[in-house]
Design a protein around this ligand. Sequence first.
Ligand code: NAD
Length: 366
Amino acid sequence: MIFEQLETYGHEQVVFCHNKDVGLKAIIAIHNTVLGPALGGTRMWPYKTEQEALNDVLRLSRGMTYKNAVAGLNLGGGKAVIIGDPSKDKSEALFRAFGQFVDSQGGRYITAEDVGIDVNDMEYVYRETQFVTGVHQVHGGSGDPSPFTAYGTLQGLMATLNHKFGDEEVGKYSYAVQGLGHVGMEFVKLLKERGAKIFVTDINPTLVERAVEDHGAEAVAPDEIYDVDATVYSPCALGGTVNFDTLPRLKAKVICGAANNQLANNEVGDEVAKRGILYAPDYAVNAGGVMNISLEIDGYNRERAMRMMRTIYHNLSRIFEIAERDGIPTYQAADRLAEERIETIGKLKLPMGRGTPRFQGRVRGH
Ligand code: NAD
């Protein structure tokens, strides 16, 4: 049953991690290491069943292979899940035990934060292994990735506008931004700096007030964001918001935002394309976060990170070219770009091999 799933998804390795003394039950899934070590965060979640945890880690790790490949990184895809409630099951011992399992992979898997995990948890993991990114800046880590994700989203937006309208003047167009969290608020700020008209919403009214006061945005109720007359719908909250209920309401010509898994399913993606709405594939647009943490491997440098975000423009342009070349929706073109890169680069024989990640310029803290 498990091997059947691995065959369907194409995973290389799945590691079940158990430490009875500290109550650790975790799964590390290494999907593909053709391009390099598998990088992807660790999620802590109170999964109801082990099967649910396994399904999640298999799905997420495969997603990282595609995201890292399209981002142009020399990294494969992996992910880990810890079965537990982040509000009560966390402890130093738990994360150190998990860190030992990460270490035992010898660099084939590199972890980071994901849902339910913060930088303090990663500090414990870091005590047991160097194969972790998103560590604190005092150790040479990269800190909060959100501003980079927002800046990367802006690059993706410019490429998308250019493809759709033949110019990339962000300020000429209007935007419906859903979600004003770490990424959304920063994205609104970048749009405002370029003179754009912005509609915003969030389920947290304090954040909405801040966007109105600080960035001159116009507030709408959470459910009204699908109806506003804006050129671009920008999902920056949850996944699945582009679905058969919301799509007929959208007036936007472009969908471009930072949220993961924006399309409820592939059929919606096909319908988006049929309606002539240009969808900027989410995992290509929001790769700024993973690009940022990936730089910790060679020694983190903020300048370099900002330059790297600009490659998102190029990646999006390439996706749109493939969509036109092959007559397919953009969400499929993104997958095709990833698969083509893995195939062609995978055939190269690198003289030095891919080796173990180096993690230069970092300070081990205890
Ligand atoms: P966040 O939790 O800081 O912000 C999410 C915001 O969405 C919150 O303010 C929340 O109140 C709001 N929200 C939730 N449900 C809503 C609804 N129904 N309507 C309107 N607003 C709603 O998260 P974030 O770090 O800003 O990430 C936003 C999205 O971008 C997520 O999908 C995340 O997976 C994705 N992403 C983030 C990064 C990053 O660097 N932080 C990188 C890649 C992808």
